[in-house]
Design a protein around this ligand. Sequence first.
Ligand code: PLP
Ligand code: COI
Length: 352
Amino acid sequence: MDINWKELGFHYTETDTIVRSAFHGRWENGRLKGEWEEPYATRDKYIHLHLSATCLQYGQEAFEGLKAFRGADGRIRIFRWRDNAERLQRSAHALKMAEPPIELFGRALRLALETNMDFVPPYDTGATLYFRPILIGTTPQLGVGPGVDYELAIIPSPIGPYYPGKFHCTTFIINRRVDRAAPLGTGAYKVGGNYAASFRATEEAHLQGYDCLFLDSKTHRYIDECSAANFIGIKQTDEGIEYLTPRSNAILPSITNASLMALAWDKGYKVTRRHILVEELAEMQEAAACGTACVISPIDRVIDPDKGRMYEISRTPGPVLTDLYQSLQDIQYGRAEDKYGWCTILNKKHTN
Ligand code: PLP
Ligand code: COI
């Protein structure tokens, strides 16, 4: 194996195995009943799928993203996996799919780690082992409706930073011509369709060297989120530091954001989740995208071409977000006490 850990970006690198578990069910009085098979690891990364499967025909697909960190002490920590398992259940429920039991998800994840230990990047390389759980509908059918067969797979891949550069600023651009998610649609769930729906806007932004900031699709006045991350703003007033993040039915409840809110609260900051007007960007001293893949990615500017405005936020990563980033990573890499109980240590022995 020849991986240059320090050069890894957010790209797929094949590992030894993926882990799979199939569900076969039937409808009983309007309820889906069935059994999950015990997760197993396989070297085969391909599946034999009917072209009429409900994931292909009607978009029955949900996914997750979580990471294992090799710590300063050689132990491997998985961050808040139960929260990902629960969120996958909510996404499955939203698309009328079978919900993988939490403990089954946990066993699958453990197997995915144990059969790919060599792919957990060394400490201090900036790289981690990312797990991409996916859930797909596999029933072949033409009728418009949910199927009865599903497959859960956990795909590991070592990854580096989501945005190039470890803690570099990114510029975001607002696009009012493409909506990512409807107010009562699937925006709050991690389903593939949301991402496909955002590609037109994100690719347009990337071509200009930016990333895309989505607004609420009803009024286009409030900040929703980034294409693959939540939004955070920091305001400093005479009363102290405020951590601001949007409240919206159409954004993903980010586990990273929830963790940062807890850390911010414990640091004595005011933590506020509410509707945030685009114009409020002018009052923020710091802003960032946050999520599992991007951790905290500071935002230097936000461009609003429709309104002819450019919000200059902070040319370099600001002190508040830098400190939050450090506090979160200290817990994830085992450099600080995990007083929140967020990390699950999967190898009790040191394996540096
Ligand atoms: N919002 C979207 C649309 C995402 O894809 C992600 C990534 O998972 C997030 C927010 C951040 O969520 P989390 O912190 O749970 O990874
Ligand atoms: C994550 O942060 O884990 C994500 O899933 C976001 C994106 C890469 C799709």
